[in-house]
Design a protein around this ligand. Sequence first.
Ligand code: GLP
Length: 241
Amino acid sequence: MKLIAVANYEEMSARAAEILLEQVCAKPDSVLGLATGSTPVGTYQNMVTAYERGEASFAQCRSVNLDEYVGLGSEDEASYHYFMWHNLFHHIDIRPENAYLPDGKNLDARDACTRYDQLVSDLGPIDLQVLGIGSNGHIAFNEPGDHFVADTHIVDLTDATIDDNQRFFQRREDVPTQAYTLGMRPILNARLALLLVTGAGKAEALHRSLTGPITSTVPASILQLHNNLIVIADEAALSKF
Ligand code: GLP
């Protein structure tokens, strides 16, 4: 594991974008594993700026997102579809048909998960997987539990996650209670995993994930097994080390 300690959110975002852009320049048809949440917004802004300056093209890239809320589609502003188009895809030259997220509108969980697993396996290993971390240690929507799950699955969101994410919704009761999420297999198989962590609210989760036992009660701890993990964390996130 390589830990890149930075001063703040802006530095984290700049370093993360640099690594993503290096990846895309070195391999224009990269499979990018992308994440949502507040954490990667600045990274995506830097990618858009680089694209606008002509420093990168995503025309040959394929992207797979980690997760989506069950019941929400691209027309819902709180959906991860909407987030990705609004924050990144609309502003770069990725082809719409090459940008994938789980289908939150497919309420047949088995079908939705099987289709997404097939898609991810057809694309081949993810070249670079961007990850954030939940304050409870979740990655994607793999919530703390009594076991790790390998494949795409439906999850019941924990109260802590619903509390954390309610800021993206008008009312707490609007937050969906379930999500589709990639499991740990494609995350661990990614050629490079890039974990971005910012703010004091993530300090405990980060510390437990990197220094504690590998346990499904702290899902991000499984990243200790990743062969090629880069963590970019700011001072506040590193305050427990
Ligand atoms: C969300 C997403 C995760 C994300 C995490 C942290 O619920 N499912 O992929 O990494 O929670 O979000 P944020 O970056 O907003 O703190």
